[in-house]
Write a protein that binds this ligand. Sequence first.
Ligand SMILES: NC(=O)c1ccc[n+]([C@@H]2O[C@H](COP(=O)([O-])OP(=O)(O)OC[C@H]3O[C@@H](n4cnc5c(N)ncnc54)[C@H](O)[C@@H]3O)[C@@H](O)[C@H]2O)c1
Length: 420
Amino acid sequence: MSAEKLVVIGQGYVGLPLAIRAVEAGLDVVGLDVDGDRIKRLASGESFVEDISTDRLGRALSTGRYRPSTEYPDAEGFDICVITVPTPLRDGTPDLSFVEQAGIGIGPYVRPGCTVVLESTTYPGTTEELLRPLLESASGLRSPGDFHLGYSPERIDPGNPTWRLENTAKVVSGVDAESLARVDDFYRRIVERTVPVDSTRVAELTKLIENTFRQVNIALINELTMLSHHLEIDVWQAIEAAETKPFGFMPFRPGPGVGGHCLPIDPCYLSWQVKRRLGRQFRFIELANDVNHEMPEHVTQRVMAGLNRRGRAISGSRLLLLGLAYKRNTGDMRDSPAVDVAQRLQALGAEVRAVEPYAEPHHIPGGVAVVSLTEREVREADAVIVVTDHDVFDYDLVTRHARYVFDSRNRCAGDVVERL
Ligand SMILES: NC(=O)c1ccc[n+]([C@@H]2O[C@H](COP(=O)([O-])OP(=O)(O)OC[C@H]3O[C@@H](n4cnc5c(N)ncnc54)[C@H](O)[C@@H]3O)[C@@H](O)[C@H]2O)c1
C-alpha cells in the first residue's frame, strides 16, 4: 500500500518543520510554496529555518518522499492538506489574502474523504466562514459530509531546542466529530500528545489566548520597567525575587519591544474580531500594543541620556548594536524592534553598526554596517547596545572593552553597564 499523501501549503517557519516531521513519520509529502526561490533552495538541500538542519532536510529529500514544489497540480490525489501560510496585518486589519489564495489553489484537488486543516493563526470563525466556502465552491463538495475540515494552531517556537514540534501538545479540532477524528489521527502520528477541543472556533481562540497572554504580560513588565527607571529601583532584581514564589506568578522580562510574526500581530486579529462582531474595544490588547510600541523610543532616549552623561552627543556618535533579529538565537527580522531602534538612532545622527550573525543580508536596515564582534569594534564604539541577546555573543569581551554598554536584556554586568 502506498504511503498517505500530505500536502503542506507554505514552507516557512511552520510548514517546513511539519513537512519534514511528516516525512519522518512515513508520509509522502509535497511541500507547496509560491516562493520559487525558497522551493529551489529546499530542493537543493538548503534549509533557511534554524530548526531544520541541512542534514535533516537532506535525509528527508533522500527518502524520495519529500517533494518541494511551486505547482498546485502536484497536490492531486492528496489525503491530508495542511495550510501554513502567513496571516499578517494590512493597515492594522487582518490580511487573509494568503489563506484565501491557498484555499482557491487547493480547492480543485479536494476529493471525497480527504482532510484539510488550517494552521495559520487567525480570528475565531476563519475556518468555517472563510476557508470552507472557498473549498466547497472549488470542489463542488461539502464539509461536513464529503470532505473533512479542521483547525489546529501551531505552537512552534523557533530556536527552542527543548520544546519542539513533536513534544509540544497540539490542540486539534474539526467541523464535526468525523473531521475531528481524522485531524486527531493525523497529528497523533506527528506529535506526542494532542488536545481535542469541541469546535474550530475554540481551537482558533486557544492560539489567540496564548499570544495575547504573552503580549499583555510583556507590556505590563515593560511599563513597570520604564516606571522603575524613574523610581530608581532595579526591576530585574525584583522580577528575579518575585520568581521565587512557587505559585501564582510567572516571570516575563522587559525588552526593547516585541517583534516577529506573532506577538505584535495575532492579538490584533482578536481585537479586530471583537470590534467587528460586538462593536467593542478589547482594551487590554490596545493598551499592551501602545506600551510595547513605546519601547524602541524609550531605549533610544535612554541611550541618548547615557551618552550625554558621558559628555557625548548622540549625533556623530558611533554605536554598536548587538543583535537585530526580533528573537534570540534566530535570524528572524520580521517586525523586529531592533530595526526601529537602529532607525531612531540613525535619525538622531548616530553612525549605527551592528553584529547580527543570523539574519540574511537583504533584511538588514539601510545604512547599518554589519560587522563582527571584535575588541576593536567594541573599543571604537561610543556605546554598545545589547538589543537581541544571541548566546553566541562574547559578553565578557563587551564588558571588558566597552566605554558604555546599554543592555536591554540583562546579559552584562559591570561599571560600564546600564540596564534597561
Ligand atoms: N513563525 C512562528 O513562530 C509561528 C508560530 C506559530 C504560528 N505561526 C503562524 O503560522 C502561519 C505561518 O507562519 P510562518 O512563520 O511559517 O510564515 P512564513 O512566512 O515563514 O512562511 C509562509 C510561507 O507561505 C508561503 N505562501 C504564501 N502564500 C502562499 C500560497 N497561496 N500558496 C503557497 N504558499 C504560500 C510563503 O511564500 C512563505 O514561504 C502564520 O499564520 C503565523 O502567524 C507562526
